[in-house]
Write a protein that binds this ligand. Structure first.
Ligand SMILES: [Zn+2]
Ligand SMILES: [Zn+2]
Length: 177
């Protein structure tokens, strides 16, 4: 048996006076409880954490504005789809396609930088951008139906189904890579 090494005393790399027993799971640096952040894989030091953030959160501040404005505009444009006369069941193809194109557009405009919140911003902007036309279209559909035009209910159906189809495609494309 080799001689027993006494319990090693570690000092936090960021607070050299603070004793600690924790080590960063990634780089092995000693860290105190104030510096350590618990992650699903273990404690992580401030330096490695910043590296993580940079990898996962490379979004720049103006990216959010670019994304919001683009998604607002394209979402509004896409809300014309249910208004296309006789768009019918094609909406199940066209609307998800529009969603994919919106996702692709914002992704390109932001240099494919990443953010956990990207899909939420896009969805919110698309909803807001589509509401005016969709509400108008739904109103027209209901009014037509009330006046005895059976197609009014289909108009309403396509209007209601459009947004979930677009959002579904956006979430599929932008959430989790
Ligand atoms: Zn580390
Ligand atoms: Zn510390």
């Amino acid at each position: 048996m080799t001689e027993e090494t006494p319990e090693e005393v570690l000092y936090c790399q960021w607070h050299p006076k603070v004793e600690t027993a924790l080590r960063c799971y990634q780089c092995g640096a000693p860290i105190c409880s104030r510096c350590a952040r618990r992650t699903p894989t273990g404690y992580i030091c401030p330096a490695c954490r910043k590296g993580h953030l940079r990898r996962f959160e490379s979004f720049k501040n103006y990216d959010y504005i670019v994304v919001a404005v683009t998604a607002l505009f394209l979402g509004g444009l896409a809300s014309l789809i249910p208004l296309i006369p006789m768009s019918g069941w094609f909406i199940f193809i066209i609307s998800p396609l529009a969603g994919t194109m919106i996702a692709e557009a914002v992704s390109r405009l932001t240099g494919r930088r990443q953010s956990r919140h990207l899909w939420k911003i896009v969805v919110a902007a698309v909803v807001i951008g589509s509401l005016p036309l969709l509400l108008f279209d739904a109103f027209v559909g209901i009014a037509a139906f009330m006046n005895g035009n059976a197609w009014g209910i289909w108009d309403l159906f396509y209007t209601l189904i459009h947004l979930p189809l677009v959002i579904g495609a956006i979430v599929l494309r932008l959430r989790l890579r």
